[in-house]
Design a protein around this ligand. Structure first.
Ligand code: BES
Ligand code: ZN
Length: 455
């Protein structure tokens, strides 16, 4: 056991340099002008898997971005097979002017690497690439069977991975999935995420008069699409933060008393939370704590809104149309398509006459929870304890990794969410960063996990 950890220490600098090479590739999956860069990131990982001695390394093209696969099956049938999943695509870096260093020029400051994708998810996915390499280079073998599946479409809802899972059930057959694409509870507070929220993402457009109008000449006599949109949005929640869509909560699985007790035990500092975000007050559904609101209860949030005049100064105009993007984070057992339908019905029901409302559904995702008694969870907890010197917490998180539910429904397996990021890493924001200390501890934790599973 000592030798693999020594190898990781001895090769730490090289691992960092390689990660930085991956971070230099602007693999923004939603931006089609970056398609070649997404391919480059896939090729980089393909080469890595091949060089470290995995077999059957393949890059599967899809309708959009490729899926990289590689395997090691020599541990034998009596050992478990772990499918390691990660994503090499990243969110757009905008707004660029708020970055203190270039988003695709990895920059180290205070022990953290700053770059788009450093935490979400290149840095975390690469942890497992390097742990498997370290195990192979020190003992020439792996303690368990391993399959890698690295995708380039997570940030756009994994549209081609779900069909791939269905087509390649045999290739991907495994006993569990290992994913690092979540956060630790806090610095030096390792945690295993056992629940993720789902997502229904909607777009609402409101169309009024045939053209923009003078707000003095027509204002008061013609309904204003931007006003209507705001009224509709305001009616979707009451003053206690309860979502006002009939049927919305019907399938929400309530927290059990013991789950609620477990939430209370978590070392959460609400004052520090407010201070970090520079807010005076937290907000949310009455009767629930901040942690419960942010991970175990569903939400409805406007992500963007547009219409009318946004330029400098004032322009007196009654806009002809307005639009908004609205996301709803979902919890078990809510279904994204059902919720999208309920949303559409309600928006149409409250829309006034005199305007036309169009509601569209974007990509979504199912929520997921993993059984805490699963043996893989216990192995993960032991690995964390060995490397971090403390038992991990078990937490639920508010973000979404839609493929987790598909791993369960299509491949029939649990996912172990071994996150090494922090909520303060600014994922999806300017100045995204990832702690290099946790990059190294992550590699060790991953290696220990595979060793423990093989024992
Ligand atoms: N890594 C995140 C999800 C995440 C972040 C989970 C923090 C737990 C804690 C992932 O890459 C992501 O951003 N997912 C999207 C999914 C969406 C595009 C379907 C999300 O949650 O918005
Ligand atoms: Zn993300």
């Amino acid at each position: 056991m000592a030798s693999v950890l020594d190898f990781i220490d001895a090769n730490g600098k090289r691992f960092e340099e390689e990660l930085f090479d991956l971070l230099r590739i602007p693999s923004v999956s939603t931006d089609s002008s970056k398609n070649d860069d997404v391919k480059k990131a896939a090729a980089f990982l393909h080469a890595q898997l091949e060089q470290m001695g995995l077999e059957n390394v393949k890059t599967f093209p899809t309708k959009k971005h490729p899926i990289v696969y590689g395997e090691y099956l020599k541990a034998g049938n009596d050992k478990p097979t772990v499918l390691i999943y990660g994503h090499y695509d990243v969110q757009p870096p905008d707004p660029l002017e708020l970055w203190e260093s270039e988003p695709f020029t990895p920059t180290v400051k205070d022990g953290k690497v700053y770059a788009r994708g450093s935490a979400d998810d290149k840095g975390q996915a690469y942890i497992h690439v390097k742990s498997v390499e370290s195990l192979l280079k020190t003992s020439g073998a792996l303690p368990v069977n391993v399959k890698f599946i690295l995708e380039g479409e997570e940030e756009i809802g994994s549209p081609n991975l779900v069909p791939f899972l269905k087509e390649q059930k045999e290739l991907l057959a495994c006993d569990m999935v290992l994913i690092s694409d979540t956060s630790m509870f806090g610095k030096d507070i390792p945690s295993i995420t056992y629940g993720l929220r789902g997502l229904a993402y909607m777009e609402v457009e409101v169309f009024g008069p045939a053209r923009d109008l003078h707000s003095g000449v027509y204002g008061g006599a013609v309904n204003n699409p931007l006003n209507v949109l705001c009224e509709i949005i305001a009616k979707l929640k009451d003053e206690n933060g309860v979502i006002q869509i009939p049927g919305f909560y019907d399938k929400v699985r309530l927290l059990t008393p013991s789950e609620r007790d477990a939430y209370k035990e978590l070392p959460f500092d609400e004052e520090a939370y407010k201070k970090d975000l520079k807010i005076d007050e937290v907000y949310g559904e009455e009767g629930y704590s901040t942690l419960e609101r942010a991970s175990a209860r569903p939400t409805l949030d406007v992500n963007g809104i547009w219409g009318g005049y946004q330029g400098e100064g004032a322009k007196t105009v009654l806009p002809a149309k307005a639009g908004a993007k609205v996301s709803m984070r979902l919890v078990p057992d809510q279904d994204p398509h059902e919720i999208a339908e309920l949303f559409q019905k309600q928006v149409e029901a409250i829309a006034p006459k005199g305007v036309k409302v169009v509601v569209r559904e974007h990509h979504g995702g199912q929520p997921a929870v993993t059984d805490l008694d699963f043996y893989g969870m216990k192995a993960a907890a032991k690995a964390f304890a060995d490397v971090y010197g403390k038992e991990p917490l078990f937490t639920r998180e508010g973000g979404s990794i839609p493929i987790v539910a598909s791993f369960k429904s299509i491949l029939g397996v649990n996912s172990i969410l071994m996150g090494f990021g922090l909520n303060s890493d600014a994922i999806h924001s300017p100045n995204e960063h990832f702690s290099l200390e946790d990059f190294h501890r992550g590699i060790k934790t991953s290696a220990r996990f595979l060793q423990i599973l093989g024992e």
